[in-house]
Design a protein around this ligand. Structure first.
Ligand SMILES: Nc1nc2c(ncn2[C@@H]2O[C@H](COP(=O)(O)OP(=O)(O)OP(=O)(O)O)[C@@H](O)[C@H]2O)c(=O)[nH]1
Ligand SMILES: [Mg+2]
Length: 233
């Protein structure tokens, strides 16, 4: 949490501990090169989407406090499969995280880009257990055309109950005023939905996002900080 945050009471500290501990249980579940190879699960799934190199895999590793669970790399386009991770105690999986391949990487042939765009849209439309989407965006680059297309796909689903969070990644690269400006823009772009600054490097936003994801998948324990996101079209 930011150092300027007021001191936590015991109940808040306990909730953070619970959410952070829950994410730490993550383990590899399965990988699929194609959507129709992805097994169906009953447990709620949270998808991490965003352009290539936005920091999705690193974000998953930081949230789960595991160095190499998801494969992060300086080389864009590293994650080319849909990788799933199980959460919850062993044999008691209560949620699934999905690390999706990034899109928009310049060196990828156009046909592949179009293919992935379709896979992403199909995934978002057809994944029955999809509970929430975390869209990662590097605020120095802004939203790409594919981000915008995905937002169009996501918006009606959010109105129908899908949870949604926009994460402004690599916040360590911004100064305070740039960060605040980027956050205001992101809040508008998400139509009043949730937006957070996040830095895997500085571990900024980790507790807030952990609480959010825990609240999405454990509805009885909805944290006070998690109002139902509404996206106005
Ligand atoms: N400064 C800084 N660099 C970061 C941060 N998060 C990720 N990176 C770097 O950004 C690069 C890409 O990170 P990844 O996590 O592999 O990105 P990705 O979105 O999974 O990329 P694809 O798998 O290609 O879709 C790596 O070099 C990371 O070290 C951050 O918070 N701050
Ligand atoms: Mg990746």
């Amino acid at each position: 949490m930011a150092s300027s945050s007021p001191p936590l009471n015991d109940a808040q500290a306990q909730r953070i501990k619970q959410a952070v501990g829950w994410l730490h249980t993550a383990r590899f579940l399965t990988t699929a090169a194609q959507l129709h190879h992805l097994p169906a699960y009953e447990q709620p799934e949270i998808a991490f989407v965003g352009r290539s190199n936005a920091g999705k895999s690193t974000c998953i590793n930081v949230l789960t406090q595991q160095r190499q669970l998801a494969y992060a790399s300086k080389t864009p386009g590293r994650t080319q499969h849909i990788n799933l991770f199980a959460l919850g105690r062993q044999n008691l999986t209560d949620a699934v995280l999905a690390d999706l391949p990034g899109y928009g990487y310049a060196a990828v042939p156009k046909a592949d880009k179009v293919r992935w765009q379709r896979v992403m849209a199909n995934y978002l439309m057809t994944r029955d257990n999809l509970k929430g989407v975390v869209l990662l965006c590097d605020p120095r680059l802004g939203l790409t055309e594919i981000d915008e297309i995905l937002l169009e796909v996501i918006r009606p689903k959010v109105e129908a109950g899908l949870k949604f969070l926009m994460l402004l990644t690599k916040a360590d690269k911004l100064n305070r005023s740039e960060a605040q400006k980027a956050l205001s823009i992101a809040k508008l772009q998400s139509g009043g939905g949730q937006a957070h600054l996040f830095s895997s490097l500085k571990k900024q936003g980790v507790e807030e996002v952990s609480m959010e994801l825990y609240g999405w998948t454990h509805s009885a324990v909805s944290p006070e900080s998690t109002p139902a996101p509404t996206i106005v079209v």
